[in-house]
Design a protein around this ligand. Structure first.
Ligand SMILES: Nc1ncnc2c1ncn2[C@@H]1O[C@H](COP(=O)(O)OP(=O)(O)OP(=O)(O)O)[C@@H](O)[C@H]1O
Length: 261
C-alpha cells in the first residue's frame, strides 16, 4: 500500500530565498509523524505548499487515501480540503464572533454541497443538511471535550480550548490527514498533556493520520512514530524518536535548545 501522503523532491523559492530544498517525506495510513526544526527552517511553508496556499516551485505532492494515488500540487485550498487534508494554523484563526458550535459548522460546510451560502439563504433542501451538520458538529465537540462550551462565543474560551476548537473545526471536514501547526504553542503543561491524549485518540478512534509541527520536544517524542528534522529548508534527519534524539547533526542544529525531552 502506498503512503497516504508522499512528497517528492519539493522545493519552494521566494525570490532568491530557498525556503524548502528538495524535501522528501511520506506518511503511512494511521501514522503520527512530526516535522521539527529551528525557527525559520521552512516547516510552515511546507504545510502551505501541501495545502494549496502556495504552489511549490518544483516537486510532487501525492495523496493516496483510498488506493489511487493523485497529484495535488497547485490545487486551491478548498479543493485540497475536500480531498481530505485539513490543517490548523500556528496563530489561532477562529471566527471569534461566532459560537463554538458555529465555528465547527463552518468546517462542515466547507465540504458539503450547499456550502456556506446555502446555509445563509436556507431553502427547504438545505434544512435537512443543516440539521445533520448541527448534530455532526456537536458530536465532534463531544469527542474533543468542548461540548460544555457549545453556545459560548469562541473569543470567550480559555486559550487552550481555542486551540482545541481549531482542531475540532479541522475534523469537521472529514480529513484522512490532519496537519497540526504548533498545536501546543502557548499551552500550559496540563493542557499539553490533554492535547497529547487527544491527538492519540483522534488517530486511534477516528483513523485520522497526523502530521505535526511542534517545538515542544516532550510532546513530539511521546507522540510521534517517526520524525523529520529540517534546517534551512533541507532535511537533516529522519527516524524514530530514539534515532533523532541521538543524531549528532540534529543535536548540532538544536544547539542550546532542549532536545532530550
Ligand atoms: N511568503 C513568503 N515570502 C517570503 N519569504 C517567506 C514567505 N513565507 C516564509 N518565508 C521565509 O521562508 C523561511 C521559512 O519560513 P517558515 O515560516 O516556513 O519557517 P518555520 O520553520 O515554520 O518557522 P517557525 O518555527 O518560526 O514557525 C523563512 O526564512 C521565512 O522568512
Amino acid at each position: 500500500m502506498k503512503p497516504i501522503l508522499e512528497v517528492k523532491n519539493m522545493t519552494m523559492d521566494f525570490g532568491g530565498l530557498r525556503a524548502i530544498d528538495s524535501l522528501d517525506l511520506y506518511i503511512n495510513k494511521g501514522e503520527i509523524v512530526a516535522l521539527i526544526g529551528p525557527n525559520g527552517a521552512g516547516k510552515t511553508t511546507f504545510f502551505n505548499c501541501i495545502t494549496g496556499i502556495y504552489t511549490p516551485t518544483s516537486g510532487d505532492v501525492l495523496i493516496n487515501p483510498q488506493g489511487k494515488q493523485e497529484r495535488i500540487n497547485g490545487l486551491k485550498t478548498n479543493i485540497v480540503t475536500r480531498k481530505g487534508l485539513a490543517r490548523t494554523f500556528q496563530n489561532i484563526r477562529l471566527f471569534t464572533s461566532m459560537t463554538v458550535l458555529e465555528n465547527v459548522m463552518v468546517g462542515c460546510h466547507a465540504v458539503t454541497h450547499t456550502g456556506v451560502m446555502g446555509a445563509i439563504f436556507r431553502g427547504k433542501s438545505t434544512l435537512a443538511e443543516e440539521k445533520f451538520i448541527v448534530e455532526k458538529s456537536y458530536e465532534i465537540l463531544k469527542k474533543i471535550g468542548l461540548e460544555k462550551y457549545v453556545d459560548e462565543l469562541a473569543v470567550n474560551l480559555p486559550y487552550g480550548a481555542q486551540r482545541l476548537l481549531e482542531i475540532a473545526r479541522a475534523m469537521a471536514t472529514d480529513p484522512f490527514l490532519l496537519l497540526l501547526d504548533e498545536p501546543a504553542a502557548g499551552m500550559n503543561p496540563q493542557e499539553t498533556a490533554e492535547l497529547d491524549e487527544l491527538i492519540l485518540k483522534i488517530r486511534d478512534n477516528e483513523g485520522i493520520s497526523i502530521l505535526l509541527i511542534e517545538h515542544d520536544m516532550k510532546l513530539v517524542m511521546s507522540l510521534s512514530e517517526r520524525i523529520y528534522v529540517v534546517d534551512y529548508g533541507k532535511k537533516i534527519g529522519e527516524g524514530v524518536p530514539e534515532e533523532i534524539r541521538n543524531n549528532p547533526v540534529v543535536i548540532k542544529a538544536y544547539l542550546g535548545e532542549e532536545i532530550d525531552a
